[in-house]
Ligand binder design. Sequence first.
Ligand code: ATP
Ligand code: MG
Length: 450
Amino acid sequence: MKSILIIDDEISICEFLKNALQYAGYYVEYTQDPMEGLEKLILSDYAILFLDIQMPDMNGLDLLKKIREKNIDIMVLIITAHGNIENAIAAIKLGAFDLIEKPLDREKILVSIRNALEQQKLLQENREFKKSILASENIIGESKVIKNIIYTIERVAKTESRVLITGENGTGKELVAKAIHRLSSRADKPFVQVNCDAIYSELIDSELFGHESGPFTNTVEKRFGKFELADEGTLFLDEICDMSLHAQSKILRTIEEGVIERVGGNEKIKIDVRILAAAKKDLQYEIQQKNFREDLFHRLNVIPIHVPPLRERREDIPLLIEHFTNEICNKNKFPIKKFSDGAVSKLQSMPWKGNVRELRNIIERIVIMIPSEEIQEEDINELLPQSKSELDEIINKSNTFQEFKEKAEKSFIIKQLEANNWNISKTADILGIQRSHLYNKMKKYGIDKE
Ligand SMILES: Nc1ncnc2c1ncn2[C@@H]1O[C@H](COP(=O)(O)OP(=O)(O)OP(=O)(O)O)[C@@H](O)[C@H]1O
Ligand SMILES: [Mg+2]
C-alpha cells in the first residue's frame, strides 16, 4: 500500500484529505507541524507528500527546499490558494510535481496522485536502467593483466594522451575505450565511435570531416563529421588497420594541426578531441606491408593497452560467468542462477576463440535454455560449441594416414587464413611457402573465403 503524508496547519484540510485518500486505498498520516513533518519524511518511506504553502511556523516552499537539500525521494503535491501564480511557479521550480488548488476536489486529487505515482515509477525505472548500463560497462576480471589494464585506464583517463588499444575479436577493446572516456574530464561530452572498416573510402572525408551544402558537394544539407561531433569529447577510431591510406594521411594532418575543413568548405575549424584507437591486426606487420603509415602509428600509440585473449587469463572466467549470469537473469526477470563448480571448470577449459563476447553469448544461451537454478556440467555439454577437439574429429573420420594428413593440412591452412584475415601473401609468409603454392593448396582443398 502506498503511503502518503500531509503537512498542513488546517486540521479540516488534513481530515478531509485523510478520509478521501484512505477510502481510495492509501495509507495516510498527517501533521500540522512542518518540522515534525520533515522528521517523518527522513525516518519513513512515503510515496507522496501533500504540502501546504501558507503555514504560520514555516512557509511550505522553505520546507520544500529542505526536502530537496536532504535528497528525499518523494513526489510533492502543493496545496495552494486559487490563483497564486507566483507560489505555483516557485514550487514547480523546486521540483514539486503538481498543484492542488483550494477548494479541494476529490476526483482531481485522485487523478493527480495516480499521475505522480506513474511518474515516480518511470523515474525509478530510468534510474535502474542507468545503473544497469553502468554495471554492464564495468570491466570485470581479477587476473594480474586485467588489474594492470584497469590501473592504466585510471591513470591515462585523466590525461589528454592518445591511447592505442589492441587485442583479438571480442576481448573488450571498446569497453576499455568507453571506460577511459567515462573516467576522463570529458565524460559529460560526446563519445563518438568511427568504425573505420565500415566506411567506403570515397565517403570517409565527409564521414570524418563533414560537408558544406551546395552544388560543389552535390548535397542540400550541411553535415557535421565525426570530428566535429566529438568536439570537446572523445573520438574512438575502431579498426584503424582497415582505414585507407588517404584517410590515414587526413587524420594525421588533423592531429598535427588541430583543425578540420569540411568537404566543399574553405574555413578551418578548430576542434578539440581526444583520440582513442583500436586494432585487432598486427600493426607492425601492416606497417611493413605499407598498409599502415608508421608516422600515424606513432601518433596514435602514445599509450598502448593490449587486451590479451581470454585463453591467456582463464582465472577471469568464473567472475565473468557470474557477472553475465546476473546481468542476463536480471534482464529476463529470472531468479538468479548459479553454475556448479564442475560447470565453471568446464567453461574455464574451453578455447574461447571469440573471447569474452563468445563467453557472454554462451552464458546467455545456457541461462535461457536450462531451467534449473543450479546449472551442472552435464546440462551444458550439449550447448557448448564443438566440445570435441577438431583433431579428434579428424582422427575419427580418417581411414588412412594420407587422408588424415590432408584433412589436418586443410584445417591448418584455414585457421591460418582466418587468423590473417584471408590475406594470402601474409599467410603464405607465415607458413613459409610461396603464394602460388598456397593458392594451389587452397584450390586442391576447395578452400574459399565463404
Ligand atoms: N572484462 C570484461 N568484463 C565485462 N564484460 C566484458 C569484458 N570484456 C569484454 N566484455 C563484453 O564482451 C563483449 C565484447 O566486448 P567489446 O565489444 O568491447 O570487444 P572488442 O574487443 O571491441 O571486440 P571487436 O574486436 O569484435 O570489436 C561486450 O559485450 C563487452 O561488454
Ligand atoms: Mg570493438
